[in-house]
Design a protein around this ligand. Structure first.
Ligand SMILES: Cc1cc2nc3c(=O)[nH]c(=O)nc-3n(C[C@H](O)[C@H](O)[C@H](O)COP(=O)(O)OP(=O)(O)OC[C@H]3O[C@@H](n4cnc5c(N)ncnc54)[C@H](O)[C@@H]3O)c2cc1C
Length: 436
């Protein structure tokens, strides 16, 4: 008889895992604590809520994260299908209307006959096969359970989220619509700065007041989600080669390249909201407004959501997990999502996809399967479980994911598609020769 599988957390990973299980005929109990108990970063009661950027990043085969998306499409991924349905213009990226997207995922999960949603906080692990997908903001009681289960000390660090502003409040005379190197449609609003404007903005940013960090938590940032003020303090060049990079963003009015450019990305389908790209911040709210108002075009900006910072919890995957996402010491327990140390919406969902498939195998009395190393999904699973466990750091979302595939794609950009196609062929062959 097949067993029921518990999934804890209806975020990107848990929703995908539940979907994969349910579509394989497995009964799923999906536990989600929101809205009974909120996390410090979520705002709604919807599943798969995107807490910061509304972009799922590159959507083409010349980028590793584009390859994993394509693999997930071919694996009937709930998250990627919903994203495709709710896409908003974003050049070569797959960005979504976050409310439509989360609404879509929630509806499909709630309407699935094999999924029972239980709105409560899990404080003790349930009996039976269980996928823990409670994310970087796992509630403290469950985090303690997991700590005891894995016998490992947790690593904590901070992540940051960027502010969202009203498009009505942007001075459209001063900004221009363009994607870098005119790739894809012109999807970004660009705020150009000359040397003087940049200098004023830069000085304000490095001297602005930062919200206090709690004593017991170590100040440690993810490179890919580093607060803008922390980056600025590393030197102005760090910003000019980072999120304020002007190359490929010449001002159409002058034909010239500004000293710096701040980009805004559409955040909802109606186009009434924009988020400030790469502008995660831990500045005090008043200071945030003052600094943003120094950006040309944003002098009268209305901020609908300020940048925030919060804790991130993850396990030492190379020590405790196998590449099937099972706990080595207790194979009926799976981990998925950011808890495993993957970072990013798509990567989290991708690990949920594999954990869901494997938990379904186990529930039916079959052996879990290992995705081939050649595929992006398999490459990611191997990386996080085969990395050096000493000082294990979650993966950086901006620097390409998969050390194998990701690096090959980056270093040999002109042959990227060939590498990507090899990954997709490997997946195809895997599907033809294995019962997935
Ligand atoms: C502030 C912030 C900004 C980020 N910015 C980006 C970004 O811009 N781009 C990007 O790609 N990635 C970003 N990330 C990373 C990305 O959000 C995560 O990788 C992704 O959401 C993780 O998916 P997940 O399913 O593991 O966790 P989540 O999506 O967080 O889902 C976990 C779910 O578990 C629930 N839960 C927690 N504890 C319990 C419990 N005890 N019982 C029941 N339910 C519980 C939570 O309510 C939540 O719904 C960011 C993360 C954070 C926290």
């Amino acid at each position: 008889m097949t067993q029921t599988v518990n999934v804890i957390g209806a975020g990107l990973a848990g929703s995908e895992a539940a979907w994969q299980l349910a579509n394989r005929g497995i009964q799923v109990k999906l536990f989600e604590m929101r809205p009974v108990k909120q996390t410090p970063a979520h705002h709604t009661d919807k599943f798969a809520e995107l807490v910061c950027s509304n972009s799922l990043r590159a959507n083409n085969l010349t980028n590793a994260v584009g390859v994993i998306k394509e693999e997930m499409r071919q694996m009937n991924s709930l998250i990627i299908q919903a994203a495709d349905r709710c896409a908003v213009p974003a050049g070569g990226a797959l960005a979504v209307d976050r409310h439509e997207f989360a609404g879509n995922v929630t509806e499909q999960i709630r309407n699935h006959p094999n999924i029972e949603v239980i709105n409560e906080e899990v404080t003790k692990l349930p009996e039976g096969i269980t996928i823990i997908a409670s994310g970087p903001l796992t509630s403290p009681a469950l985090a303690e359970e997991v700590r005891q289960l894995t016998g490992e000390d947790y690593l904590y660090f901070y992540d940051a989220a960027a502010p969202i502003v009203e498009s009505d409040s942007i001075d459209m005379e001063k900004v221009y619509l363009k994607s870098r190197y005119d790739k894809g449609e012109a999807a970004y609003l660009n705020c150009p700065m000359n040397a003087e404007e940049f200098d004023r903005f830069y000085q304000a940013l490095i001297t602005a007041e930062v919200a206090p960090l709690k004593d017991f938590e170590k100040e440690m940032y993810f490179e890919g989600c580093m607060p803008i003020e922390v980056m600025a303090k590393r030197g102005e060049k760090t910003m000019l080669f980072g999120p304020l990079k002007p190359v490929g963003l010449e001002d159409p009015k002058t034909g010239k390249r500004p000293k710096a450019v701040i980009q805004l990305r559409q955040d909802n389908a109606a186009g009434t909201l924009y988020n400030i790209v790469g502008f995660q911040t831990h500045l005090k709210w008043g200071a945030q407004k003052e600094v943003l108002q120094l950006i040309p075009g944003l002098e009268n900006v209305e901020i609908v959501r300020y940048g925030v910072m919060h804790r991130n919890t993850f396990i030492n995957s190379p020590k405790v997990l196998s590449c099937t996402y099972q706990l080595k010491s207790q194979p009926t327990i799976f981990f998925a999502g950011q808890m495993t140390g993957v970072e990013g919406y798509v990567e989290s969902a991708g690990s949920g996809l594999i954990a869901g498939i494997n938990a379904a195998h186990l529930a039916k009395g079959d052996k879990p399967i290992r995705f081939p190393r050649e595929t992006a999904l398999g490459s990611m699973a191997r990386y996080i479980t085969e990395a050096d466990p000493k000082g294990f750091q979650p993966m950086n979302i901006n620097f390409g994911l998969f050390p194998d595939l990701g690096e090959r794609i980056k270093s040999k950009a002109e042959r990227a598609e060939k590498h990507a196609n090899r990954a997709l062929d490997a997946l195809q062959q895997f599907k033809e020769t294995t019962t997935i």
